[in-house]
Design a protein around this ligand. Structure first.
Ligand code: LLP
Length: 432
């Protein structure tokens, strides 16, 4: 077993002080359950470390990891800023009354309507990704007689993977302006000519589920090389350096992330060194963690149904969800850890593979996990499904989307209703 977890006097898995079996009975399965105190702890680890280091910072929650009104209310309470990447995420943030001045809009193909919505609501900042967007935004700002703070998203030629990073000479990415071939310089010059767009600084994001600091630090150095040039040539001084998200979390014992504080400290040290070496004014540091805020705060509870044994080869147990609520195993071969929630203390004498319910052989949640002997009706709790689980869920096979519950201080509260079949077919029109 890789995850630490609480078991109550009935031998049941507990989350946020509540019996997971009772939650499954009350709300049905599949069920996402978030321990809100873990979300708060993660957010505070980032925010407080910057504070302790005396650095002005914004910690923007990357809402793509899990966006819902309740989640964004918690983010607001924790003084986070917000990264939104679409009109839908922006709409949700507005619905949650998230402060508009703390929202940043991202996207490699922002539509006119998306940009217009951002301008109309006067959001804090738009992260400029490409030249087309500059033309669109220019038009909208003129129409609305508004100004907008912008960051320039650059591709620093570093691609970080889980355990390491590589330098990509050709910077082959759909996002941002390349640093190596003059595109970023061109974008900077163009934006400096725009009187309604104000370049607050640079943005980069080098990848996701990163465990080491080297890739981040290299990105900081590359960003400052560019800033150094702009400073010399144009006397430009950035107010903000946004270093993106990507801080890794532990799904299984194979994953060895650093404490969240360590990433912050390393970034601050490198920015300090760069600023001092180049005689610049210390900018605000912005980061955009998604997974590191919500990933390990969430779990999914499923009911076990059918079983199949291929003698000498494998035992399958099937659950009532799968790739429709967690596509990560099918899409990225992501690994998860799990426990039988109603048999959390019974010795794990069986090895099984957990299959989802979709008509797709690839719909496997976990291969070869040790569990106690199971039967239909038992509950499987999969850990660390809080990021990119519900947010990537889909209607394949017309499965309704699962419900989401928040637990905190011994109380549980439904925050996203389970979909009905009516919901699933609500946009269907008959063909006469
Ligand atoms: N900022 C930008 C510009 C991003 O593109 C992303 C993630 C983040 C922040 C947040 O990254 P995080 O801290 O959550 O790693 N669906 C994939 C992850 C895609 C991440 C996309 N961008 C997964 O399930 O692993």
């Amino acid at each position: 077993m890789n995850h630490s977890y609480h078991v109550n006097q009935h031998g049941h898995l507990e989350i946020g002080g509540i019996d997971s079996v009772l939650l499954a009975e009350k709300y049905g399965t599949p069920l996402f359950v978030y321990d809100v105190s873990v979300i708060r702890d993660n957010a505070r680890a980032f925010v407080q470390t910057f504070k302790e280091l005396g650095v002005k910072a914004e910690v923007a929650y990357a809402s793509k990891a899990f966006s819902s009104v309740a989640m964004l209310q918690v983010a607001k309470q924790e003084n986070l800023s917000l990264d939104v990447v679409s009109q839908g995420e922006l709409y949700t943030a507005l619905k949650a009354n998230f402060p508009v001045d703390k929202m940043h809009l991202h996207g490699n193909n922002k539509s006119y309507e998306e940009l217009e919505m951002a301008v109309k609501h006067n959001i804090g900042c738009i992260v400029i990704d490409n030249f087309y967007e500059i033309t669109l935004l220019k038009d909208i700002l003129a129409n609305y007689n508004r100004d907008m703070d912008v960051l320039i998203r650059v591709t620093p030629g570093i691609e970080a993977h889980t355990h390491d990073y590589i330098l990509t000479g050709n910077e082959d990415s759909k996002f941002g302006f390349d640093l190596s071939n003059g595109q970023a310089d061109q974008a900077f010059r163009k934006l400096m000519e725009e009187d309604r767009m104000h370049v607050k600084g640079l943005h980069c994001h080098i990848g996701s589920q990163i465990f080491e600091t080297d890739g981040f630090l290299l990105a900081v150095r590359r960003l400052f090389d560019t800033i150094g040039n702009w400073h010399k040539q144009y006397g430009y001084m950035p107010k903000v350096m946004n270093l993106g998200g990507g801080f890794g979390i532990r799904y299984t014992s194979e994953d060895k992330p650093l404490p969240l504080q360590a990433y912050v400290k390393a970034l601050v040290e490198e920015v300090t060194a760069q600023v001092e070496a180049r005689g610049l004014v210390f900018p605000e540091i912005w980061i955009e963690p998604g997974r590191a805020i919500v990933g390990n705060a969430g779990m999914t509870i499923y009911s076990i149904g059918s079983k199949k044994e291929i003698p000498g080869i494998r035992k399958y147990i099937s659950v009532d969800g799968g790739m429709t609520d967690n596509i990560r195993p099918a899409l990225y071969q992501a690994k998860y850890d799990a426990v039988i929630a109603n048999k959390a203390e019974i010795p794990r004498t069986d090895t099984v593979s957990v299959a989802g319910k979709s008509c797709e052989s690839g719909d496997m949640l976990i291969w070869d996990i040790d569990v106690p002997p199971t039967t239909h009706g038992d509950l499987l709790a999969v850990f660390s499904t809080g990021a990119y689980g519900y947010s990537m869920s889909n209607h394949y096979n017309r499965f309704p989307k699962a419900a989401v519950v928040f637990v905190e201080n011994g109380k549980d509260q439904l925050v996203i209703k389970r979909e009905s079949y009516e919901d699933v077919a609500k946009n269907d029109l008959s063909y006469e």
